[in-house]
Design a protein around this ligand. Structure first.
Ligand SMILES: Cc1cc2nc3c(=O)[nH]c(=O)nc-3n(C[C@H](O)[C@H](O)[C@H](O)COP(=O)(O)OP(=O)(O)OC[C@H]3O[C@@H](n4cnc5c(N)ncnc54)[C@H](O)[C@@H]3O)c2cc1C
Ligand SMILES: NC(=O)c1ccc[n+]([C@@H]2O[C@H](COP(=O)([O-])OP(=O)(O)OC[C@H]3O[C@@H](n4cnc5c(N)ncnc54)[C@H](O)[C@@H]3O)[C@@H](O)[C@H]2O)c1
Length: 487
């Protein structure tokens, strides 16, 4: 009997729950299933901690923070004069290396074991209902059986367009974009979503001449004002932002030489590296989906408890990026906590609390997903945009206020430039969505998330007083503008 309660024999073992993938999401399923008294096996093929810890959220924010801190200091007279040198990219890379533990996952592997789970290193594949094989690097194969559940938390991979010359160009993805310790003199970035704009901010800040190619507006899933202010910020930082441009082909005749791009306007810019930030695909092509009637390489469609809809028997769950609900670590962890608790409840024969906003429901995935892009300015939003709310059939009123209406914003940064928008459900008198764009707004977002998820009536929000002189006082101006507009 292992610590986690699995019965191990030569090459086989049985657990209550098997978790595929030990990223932040897999670890949270594990934690909650263990808290529910279940034995858990966790299978990881690369690093415990996943993409988030080593090639996405953590290294990108470790690299971005010095760039944004420097920009913030330059907006404060008196402090600006004290900072005269250039950014020290070597030290910034050292900071990043510290936060990714030099790509050594032993600390996180220990954390998984300290939950009382067993960790299996290797490629996990579903092999029919409730069964998983694990093939380790040396080819050894084990078979694990789950009494109650298999939870897929295998994340996502970069999705690259099929362009002539793309292989020869050896493009960067989020991997080299976050683990490189060389600053390319000229870097082209394709894609104006979250990865594209954060990478443009950080590599321009570290000294590259960045060209950002976006076929549509920047941050197209947010309110248009976010993309507009960000385009202005990036341009002022020196990024060559080209909206509406597409790459049609690439050439890199010498492996160490420059890359020549062909654009749809016929121009042929030359760069030293090109980074594709053109979205994600599910990491499900080699996890045995065909053995349970699903299509390899597809996103996994789940119900509110994260149970995969198209599989019978209530045993297959999918959490995090792989279910395509919201490709964000915090949202995946929320799904994981919910699914882990639902697995434990089902295993114990307890009734589920899966009505909207119940303990076993991921209701926030539909109504209150918060997101922050750590750019300059920062872009932060929760819930629906005005366009999404109108499409969903709500009777909507939008309220817009420049963030420098709040004295706290001006004291935070001289010449503060930013914007706040409320999307109000006029029938219910509650907020459907909130957007803040400006320096330092990331920490402001949770106030909006509480209001949206809590469906706090606007009448009551008037009594939630923000301190003077903080940026949060923008709530006062937003609510006053709302009252004015309603007459
Ligand atoms: C550049 C970048 C920056 C980002 N920044 C943020 C941010 O600031 N905030 C935020 O909320 N989100 C951010 N995201 C999104 C975030 O990284 C993902 O939402 C998050 O990593 C999803 O977690 P996950 O556990 O589902 O997947 P992952 O973190 O991808 O982990 C999946 C794990 O499963 C393992 N695995 C896969 N297949 C198998 C298999 N067959 N067998 C065994 N193991 C397997 C993988 O090796 C990996 O360790 C960012 C993404 C990118 C690309
Ligand atoms: N701070 C954060 O929370 C954060 C940061 C980065 C990424 N993320 C998440 O990670 C996920 C992946 O981010 P992403 O930016 O790679 O994906 P994305 O889907 O957000 O953006 C990809 C962009 O690339 C464009 N695109 C797609 N194919 C293209 C092509 N052939 N040519 C030109 N443009 C093309 C799309 O129009 C889109 O605007 C997102 O869900 C994002 O929310 C989160």
């Amino acid at each position: 009997m292992s610590e986690a309660g699995g019965d191990k024999e030569a090459g086989t073992a049985t657990y209550d729950v098997i978790v595929l993938g030990a990223g932040p999401v897999g670890q949270n399923v594990t934690d909650r299933a263990r808290a529910g008294g279940l034995s858990v096996a966790v299978v990881e093929r690369e690093l415990v901690g996943g993409e988030c810890s080593y090639w996405a959220c953590v290294p990108s924010k470790a690299l971005l923070r010095p760039v944004i801190a420097l920009a913030d200091v330059h907006r404060v007279d008196g402090a600006r004069q004290a900072v005269t040198g250039r950014i020290d990219s070597e030290r910034v890379f050292g900071r990043r290396n510290h936060y990714v533990s030099d790509w050594d996952d032993s600390g996180q592997a220990e954390a998984v074991k300290s939950m009382g789970a067993d960790l299996f290193r290797g490629q996990g594949r579903i092999d029919g209902p409730r069964r998983v094989t694990v093939t380790s690097d040396d080819g050894a194969r084990r078979t694990l059986t789950a009494r109650h559940a298999v939870a897929v938390a295998t994340g996502s991979l970069p999705s690259l367009p099929d362009l002539p010359g793309i292989q020869e160009a050896r493009p960067w993805t989020n991997r080299r974009g976050t683990d490189s310790s060389n600053v390319p003199a000229r870097l082209a970035i394709v894609g104006g979503g979250g990865v594209g704009v954060e990478m443009a901010t950080l590599w321009q800040g570290l000294g590259s001449q960045v060209t950002l190619l976006a076929r549509r507006a920047l941050l197209p899933r947010m309110e248009p004002v976010a993309g507009e202010l960000l385009e202005r910020g990036l341009t002022e930082a020196g990024v060559d932002v080209r909206i509406g441009r597409q790459v049609t082909a690439l050439r890199r005749p010498q492996p160490q030489g420059p890359v020549t791009l062909t654009l749809d306007d016929g121009s042929e810019p030359e760069v030293d590296e090109i980074l594709f930030a053109t979205g994600r695909r599910p990491a499900t092509d080699d996890i045995g989906l065909d053995t349970v009637g699903l299509t390899p390489g597809s996103w996994l469609d789940v119900d509110t408890t994260c149970l995969v809809r198209e599989v019978d028997g209530d045993w297959l769950y999918a959490c995090g990026d792989v279910n395509h609900r919201a490709l964000l670590t915090h949202q995946g962890k929320y799904q994981a906590r919910t699914a882990g608790d639902a697995i434990a409840a089902r295993a114990a024969g307890r009734p589920l609390d899966d009505a909207p906003w119940g303990d076993h429901a991921t209701t926030a995935d539909q109504h209150a997903v918060p997101q922050v892009f750590f750019t300059d300015p920062e872009a932060a939003a929760v819930g629906l945009t005005a366009a999404q709310a109108a499409r969903a059939g709500h009777r909507v009123r939008t309220v817009d206020v420049p963030l420098n209406a709040a004295q706290g914003a001006n004291l935070f940064a001289d010449g503060y430039r930013g914007h706040a928008r409320l999307v109000v459900d006029e029938d219910r008198g509650i907020l459907l969505g909130v957007t803040f764009v400006g320096p330092g707004v990331s920490e402001l977002l949770h106030s909006a998330t509480v209001a949206v998820a809590g469906e706090v009536p606007l009448k009551r929000l008037r009594h939630a007083i923000a301190c003077f002189p903080t940026v949060s006082e923008i709530w006062l101006f937003l609510l006053a503008a709302y009252q004015r507009e309603r007459g």
